[in-house]
Write a protein that binds this ligand. Structure first.
Ligand code: SER
Length: 583
């Protein structure tokens, strides 16, 4: 079964079970400053798990583009991917365990026609925080899974939370038995030998973790995720995702273009190229910080591997075209963005090649020095210097050093980088690993302040000021907006004054649900109109501001405190950036 068929059957099945189909959110989250990329289908829905009413209903289904880079070094093996698609269905305070499990079982066995004997499931074994999930096991038995194929594991396996804090709960995972020989008499779904492949994860979200403590959520939710690439692999009877129709054309082409035979390198190129294409399509651009740096790193790794395979780098354009051709059925949005995608990726590759050529020369000098000293290890200091002076990425130095028979003390390199490296970049990677931090009180305040700032800029500068981006942490807000000049001190002072005036007036913040067209007609401000569903939530702050927004916000502006601009600078051409704090 092809990927698109699996996706369509999934959406259809849940639609028939009274779910509303919602659009995939962009890979780059709009209103969630706590993560760099969308890493799970549930992520754009967090406010609704916490009780906010979703405009289209309590039963939702979608497919979601996701990116996870915590296992980036594993890409090249037979299963790891950075970009993937997650099919998901949700109950927002509607059905719970029993119905969720019954639907999953029906979809797997009746729609995808997976035989009952091939399915094993796992449940949460319980610990000091939360009890053993016997209820889930009972539901599975009722659905038709015999006791011997029901396993219980601890939090490492059967508990799901995005990041450190937020809504969470026990989960139940479904595994597909590939029919391979057991790795040992003790072989189980959790052992990771490859006999069992995880295919679906249903989270019974009934807890909230805050300050390290678990409390019961008022609203019980279900959050499920089914990996499309993996399911395609199993249903096509393939050993790895790289053998499925999603990757096969590009893998074949890479083999044809390579002068060296290296399967892992081919997989890295194919995987990273797909991820880069999807990121650029959703608006990502290479840079030295945050998500831009992740994209940059993906392009660099891919370029290095193409070099290793001795593929002519001028083929990159054609490889991108072939990829888009293969993926366009799943992601039609790629077609219109083709020219931009090619331009961005090829430009970045060219830039990297310049660094690489220059850096390699310097690298050889270092090698000669080390050899002349009779040593066989490259110092962290040298690696760091190559990075600082020539922009030569440490992961590339490491590769090159090893290719030259030298050892690398990566611990020392890490230490140096931790000490010296650009804080924001490190911060971004930690932020990425941490996943969704949830929306704290401080962030909610900044979120409302963002709307006020947007409104103030329009009044002080002109009506053509529009939001181009926003990022919020506990410490500050950052707001990008269209504007053709550097703000004068007077303009900045006026903006501060206005925002503080509105805070002083303690204006009520209200929310309503309306049709998207009506919202726009009524003059509500909105960043990317096409990314919103037909029914939207609109937040108003008195007569001051009206914006399409997922929330959450404070109840009235008096809660915000004192607003202060700490920095105003260029962000990119025609776009300015303000950093501000609430004191
Ligand atoms: N959030 C869960 C996961 O990512 C289920 O969707 O696996």
């Amino acid at each position: 079964m092809k990927a698109i068929e699996i996706r369509n059957k999934y959406l259809e099945f849940f639609k028939n079970h009274n779910h509303k189909i919602i659009p995939s959110a962009p890979l780059i989250p709009e209103n969630d400053p706590s993560v760099l990329f969308t890493t799970a289908g549930m992520q754009p829905l967090v406010p609704y798990f916490l009780g906010q009413k979703h405009p289209v209903g309590n039963r939702l289904v979608d497919y979601q583009k996701c990116l996870r880079t915590n296992d980036i070094d594993e890409v090249g093996d037979n299963r790891h991917l950075t970009f993937f698609e997650m099919l998901g269905n949700w109950s927002l305070g509607d059905y719970f365990r029993e119905e969720s499990i019954a639907m999953s079982y029906e979809f797997l066995t009746k729609v995808l026609e997976i035989p009952n004997e091939k399915i094993s499931v796992t449940c949460f074994a319980g610990d000091e925080d939360c009890p053993r999930d016997n209820l889930t096991a009972e539901c599975w038995k009722k659905a038709g899974i015999p006791e011997e194929r029901i396993y219980f594991y601890g939090k490492e396996d059967n508990w799901w939370i995005a990041g450190e804090e937020g809504p969470c709960g026990p989960d139940t995972e479904m595994f597909y038995d590939t029919g391979k020989e057991p790795c040992s008499p003790d072989c189980q779904p959790s052992c990771g030998c490859g006999k069992y492949v995880e295919i679906w994860n249903n989270v019974f979200m009934e807890y909230l973790k805050k300050d390290g403590k678990y409390t019961k959520l008022q609203q019980h939710n279900v959050d499920t995720g089914l990996g499309l690439e993996r399911m395609t692999m199993l249903l096509e009877g393939k050993e790895t995702p790289f053998d499925t129709e999603i990757f096969k054309p590009i893998m074949d082409k890479l083999q044809q273009l390579s002068k060296k035979d290296d399967l892992a390198s081919r997989r890295i190129v194919a995987e990273h190229l797909r991820a880069c294409i999807m990121i650029v399509c959703d608006g990502g651009r290479p840079s030295n910080i945050d998500r831009g740096y992740i994209l940059r790193r993906l392009i660099r790794r891919m370029t290095r591997q193409m070099n290793k395979l001795e593929i002519d780098l001028n083929e990159l354009g054609e490889l991108i075209e072939l990829n888009i051709e293969t993926l366009k059925e799943l992601y039609p949005e790629l077609v219109d963005k083709k020219a931009t995608i090619k331009e961005v990726i090829i430009q970045e590759k060219d830039k990297f090649m310049k660094t690489l050529v220059r850096g390699e020369r310097e690298f050889m000098k270092v090698i000669n020095k080390i050899k002349a000293q009779g040593k066989n290890t490259i110092d962290g200091e040298d690696i760091f210097k190559l990075y600082e002076t020539y922009g030569f990425p440490p992961e590339v130095t490491k590769d090159l050093a090893e290719e030259n028979g030298l050892e690398v003390n990566m611990d020392e390199v890490d230490k140096l980088f931790k000490e010296h490296q650009n804080k924001s970049r490190l911060g971004s990677e930690q932020k990425f690993k941490g996943g969704l931090a949830g929306t704290g009180e401080k962030e909610i305040k900044y979120h409302t302040a963002t709307h006020l700032l947007n409104a103030a800029l329009k009044q002080v500068i002109n009506n053509n000021v529009h939001q181009k981006g926003s990022n919020i942490t506990e410490e500050r807000m950052r707001f990008d907006f269209s504007c053709d000049h550097k703000l004068t001190d007077e303009e900045k002072a006026k903006v501060e004054e206005l925002v503080n005036k509105w805070i002083g007036e303690d204006i009520d913040v209200t929310v309503e649900t309306m049709k998207k067209d009506e919202a726009i007609k009524s003059g509500a401000e909105c960043m990317f109109i096409e990314k919103y569903p037909d029914e939207v939530t609109v937040y108003s702050i008195g007569d001051v501001s009206k914006e399409l927004c997922g929330g959450p916000h404070v109840k009235h502006t008096g809660e915000l405190g004192h607003f202060k601009i700490v920095k105003e600078e260029a962000s990119s051409s025609g776009v300015r950036r303000i950093k501000a704090i609430l004191e």
